[in-house]
Design a protein around this ligand. Structure first.
Ligand SMILES: NC(=O)c1ccc[n+]([C@@H]2O[C@H](COP(=O)([O-])OP(=O)(O)OC[C@H]3O[C@@H](n4cnc5c(N)ncnc54)[C@H](O)[C@@H]3O)[C@@H](O)[C@H]2O)c1
Length: 248
């Protein structure tokens, strides 16, 4: 993949970081995008230490102008964008009944997890069309393909990501773009290792037929496959990577 360029949001931590590292290890030049500068610096150092090439762009995906600037800067730096993984996201308030979810939480989760993905797509798609093609993978969740009690905003946002992915796949099918979503199950990242989440992890491990949490790189492997030459007929799909938890 030498010379190909990947654009990864949420690259400062967790699944985004693991996927950015994998892109770099396969020869992609990687545009690292995140709201947290410290996380970006860490990912950048990891990739450079392993011999990869990358550049960091601080960006709030909930802000359309900020996303436009990140895409423009990434293209200015690397010349094109061949693959994009829109992984920036938050869980928001957990453990609240739907009627008890705060209005602030609703708007924040939808603004980052759903509108943020759309912001990325609306700037990535014209760039990719202009250069003759590309592949986009949006990060949804198992909460985007089945109900997830006590996190209604998150589940709504992730179902929205799947719907947006499928709609765009239909629209751009004949124009050299491939657009898919990946739906991770429980993955070992800082997001799942903090606060209230920690208490439900043991149960989720028990519920997962493979008997463990996934690793960020296991999502990254699916993303790289979706972006690569072996998935040229895969389009408009929401690929679940979850140790079979949704197969129950
Ligand atoms: N970890 C899991 O078990 C799991 C399961 C299903 C889906 N996901 C999804 O995977 C993605 C990554 O999750 P993770 O577990 O790696 O979380 P994480 O918290 O480790 O990483 C998320 C990254 O997104 C960045 N981010 C947050 N808000 C942002 C914004 N407004 N603009 C730009 N960057 C922003 C954070 O700074 C962070 O670096 C999310 O979309 C999440 O919903 C995670």
């Amino acid at each position: 993949m030498a010379g190909k360029v990947a654009f990864v949001t949420g690259a400062g931590s967790g699944i985004g970081r693991g996927t950015a590292e994998l892109f770099a290890s396969r020869g992609y030049l990687v545009a690292l995008v995140d709201i947290t500068e410290a996380g970006l610096r860490e990912t950048e150092a990891m990739i450079r230490d392993a011999g990869g090439d990358c550049a960091s762009f601080t960006c709030n995906v909930a802000d359309d102008a900020s996303v436009k600037a990140a895409v423009t800067s990434a293209v200015a730096r690397f010349g094109r964008i061949d693959a994009a993984f829109n992984a920036a996201g938050i869980s928001g308030e957990a453990g609240k009944m739907t009627a008890d979810c705060s209005i602030d939480n609703w708007h924040k989760v939808i603004g980052i997890d759903l509108t943020g993905v759309w912001h990325c797509m609306r700037h990535l798609i014209p760039q990719m069309l202009g250069q003759g093609g590309g592949a986009i993978v949006n990060c949804a969740s198992t909460a985007g393909v089945r109900g997830a009690a006590f996190c209604g905003a998150y589940s709504a946002a992730k179902h929205g990501v799947v719907g947006l992915t499928k709609a765009a796949a239909l629209e751009y099918a004949s124009q050299g773009l491939r657009i898919n979503a990946v739906c991770p199950g429980m993955i070992m990242t800082p997001k799942t290792q903090t606060g209230a989440m920690k208490e439900v992890i043991d149960q989720l491990v028990l519920d997962t037929p493979l008997g463990r949490l996934g690793q960020p790189e296991e999502i990254g492997a699916a993303v790289l496959w979706l972006c690569g030459e072996d998935a040229t007929f895969v389009h408009g799909q929401a690929i679940v990577v979850d140790g079979a938890i949704t197969s129950r």
